[in-house]
Design a protein around this ligand. Structure first.
Ligand code: NAD
Ligand code: UGA
Length: 429
């Protein structure tokens, strides 16, 4: 198939490279010319494991362009994967989707299946249909399909190649696009869930909202376990063994972040509010998450007394391991929060870019070894493998103090305590 993917970020680029790997000819369109230059030169502009290998392997089936007209004209299948960030009131900023609509209405001159992979609020795919019709695009020249994406950063390639489902939302009278979607994904073995455009959009938000709910649930329980001296991991294991609950997404820590959970929960809450519907569960999930950093800072203050002038090392800036993404990262919130208390913060991350860190008392280290020298306290904010396998005895020897705050409950508490650390976790005994 000839496919154009619009937007070459985490989702668009992964989609393009995986579809090329499945044997398709794929044109990758992005308005960011620097990104297109990098890709044309064989460089991956983001950090996502596996993408580089796919790019090299499929280079002959890929084209990269910043020219919307070209990308829209050469393919019958157009996949939209542009960003859909939050506006300050929680609603979704659809400016990138609208700019795609502008391009589609200007350049569609033959039949296209337009597939939305971006996460968009219920009603948006219908808005795309109506906008194209209002701008004079012939009804016989397009169909719009909602096909939300469920990949995780850090494992994007694996997730896209092994989806647990393929959600397809169709226009009510669309009899053609399901066959196109079957052809598109014929190399994959996932069940199709076929529904309306609004239904597919809703499944995506519900999926993310439920996962975030599990995280806030375990984080709230951890606070209770902390007070009761009960081990949260045993509790998670206990409830996770019930197949109706399941063991995943029950890892307690500094909370969820990233470019999706925070914005998608706000967007769903906003949509509900426009219908006058209360969202007590979504409100609480966000409240627990938004107060989790404060909870950790209080824990730290009760051990270190005054944070002022203390040297604190934070390991991890990204919102999770195996990505360079710091969007809405709880690690960034934690770093900024402790920096506000007047301590001298030293940070290290294997991949992050650190533009979100704006305090003068924050020092970025390019190697881990220099980051913890003479520190009063080391904090793990992201559970990168590099931190799990660190020589913690050496770290302890080079530190001034002995406090280790494990914001991801990821270290072996017994081993770490034996090295002489004062260990602070959440709900861990
Ligand atoms: P991103 O910010 O990494 O990439 C978006 C890209 O689109 C950018 O490179 C930008 O330059 C480009 N772009 C913007 N307007 C354009 C236009 N008119 N034409 C061409 N290119 C344009 O975004 P992302 O993280 O890949 O997310 C994209 C969408 O997928 C969002 O709706 C997000 O919620 C959803 N999603 C993301 C993930 C994830 O893990 N990141 C997972 C599932 C779904
Ligand atoms: C999440 C979903 O898992 C994907 O299915 C979805 O496609 C994507 O959002 C999206 O819509 O963008 P992602 O944000 O890449 O993927 O990462 P997750 O692995 O879900 O982690 C999200 C956050 O929750 C991270 O900050 C992570 O550290 C935190 N988390 C996760 C926990 O605190 N505890 C857990 O048990 C699991």
């Amino acid at each position: 198939m000839k496919i154009s993917v619009i937007g070459a970020g985490y989702v668009g680029l992964t989609t393009a490279l995986v579809l090329a790997e499945l044997g398709n000819h794929v044109c990758c369109l992005d308005k960011n010319e620097l990104r297109i230059t990098d890709l044309s030169n064989g460089e991956i502009p983001i950090y996502e494991p596996g993408l580089k290998e796919l790019l090299v392997h499929n280079y002959s089936r890929l084209t990269f362009t910043a020219d919307s007209k070209k990308a829209i004209e050469i393919s019958d299948v157009l996949m939209i994967a542009v960003g859909t960030p939050s506006l300050p009131d929680g609603s979704t900023d659809l400016r990138y989707i609208k700019s795609v609509i502008d391009d589609l209405s200007n350049f569609i001159s033959s039949y296209k299946t337009i597939i939305t992979k971006s996460t968009v609020p219920p009603g948006t795919n219908n808005l795309i249909v109506n906008s194209l019709l209002e701008r004079g695009v012939n009804r016989s020249h397009f169909r719009v399909v909602s096909n939300p994406e469920f990949l995780r950063e850090g494992t994007a390639v694996y997730d896209m190649m092994h989806p647990d489902k393929t959600v397809i939302g169709l226009e009510d009278d669309d009899r053609e696009s399901l066959e196109v979607m079957k052809e598109l994904y014929k190399g994959m073995n996932a069940p199709f869930i076929v529904t309306s455009l609004n239904g597919a959009e809703m499944i995506k938000y519900a999926n993310n909202a439920f996962l975030a709910t599990k995280i806030s649930f375990i984080n709230e329980l951890s606070r209770i376990c902390d007070a009761l001296n009960v081990n949260i991991e045993t509790v998670a294991e206990g409830i996770g063994s019930d197949p109706r609950i399941g063991p995943k997404f029950l890892q307690a820590g500094i909370g969820y972040g990233g470019s999706c959970f925070p914005k998608d929960l706000k967007a769903l809450q906003y949509v509900a509010s426009t219908y006058g519907i209360e969202t007590r569960i979504l409100d609480s999930v966000q409240h627990v998450n938004n107060t989790q950093i404060e909870f950790y800072v209080d824990k730290l203050r009760s051990t270190l007394d005054d944070l002022k002038n203390k040297k604190i090392t934070v390991l991890g800036v990204t919102f999770k391991p195996d990505t360079d993404d710091t969007r809405d990262s709880p690690a960034v919130k934690l770093i900024n929060a402790i920096a506000c208390h007047g301590c001298d913060v030293h940070i290290y991350d294997p991949k992050a870019s650190t533009s979100d860190l704006n305090h003068i008392n924050i020092t970025l280290h390019s190697t881990i070894d220099t980051s913890y020298i003479d520190s009063d306290c080391v904090i793990i904010a992201t559970d990168w493998d590099e931190f799990l396998s660190l020589d913690w005895k050496l770290v302890k020897d080079k530190m001034r103090g002995s406090i280790l705050l494990d914001g991801r409950n990821c270290l072996d508490i017994k081993k770490i305590s034996e090295l002489g650390f004062t260990y602070i976790g959440l709900g861990r005994v």
